[in-house]
Design a protein around this ligand. Structure first.
Ligand SMILES: O=C(O)C[C@H]1C=CC(=O)O1
Length: 96
């Protein structure tokens, strides 16, 4: 199943810088591993915001929830999820 996900990050100003640096490094590693696995298909920075649009390709809602709630930045994020399905007018022969 494909999901469009918007993640807005809001790291509190009083978080110690070393802790913020560590969380961001772990977030990058976590994200890149999921990208290599094919489950995190796209990630795009939203211009002008500490936010991204991403596309996930996962088995079901439960797997998406497990992935998103495992994000090291999860507690500092606002996340919006939109389930996607193939459009009947799409000319693609796959869901790429
Ligand atoms: O920077 C972000 O958009 C937040 C987060 C998502 C992946 C990652 O490496 O950081």
């Amino acid at each position: 199943m494909l999901f469009h996900v918007r993640m807005d990050v809001n790291i509190p100003n009083d978080l110690p810088p070393a802790e913020a640096t560590d969380i961001i490094a772990r977030e990058k590693a976590y994200s890149q591993e999921l990208q290599r696995s094919g489950k995190w298909r796209h990630i795009w920075r939203i211009a002008g915001a500490y936010a991204n649009y991403s596309i996930f390709d996962v088995k079901d809602n439960a797997e998406l929830h497990e992935i998103l709630s495992g994000l090291p930045l999860f507690k500092f994020m606002h996340i919006e999820v939109t389930p996607l399905l193939r459009h009947p007018s799409s000319i693609r022969d796959d869901d790429s």
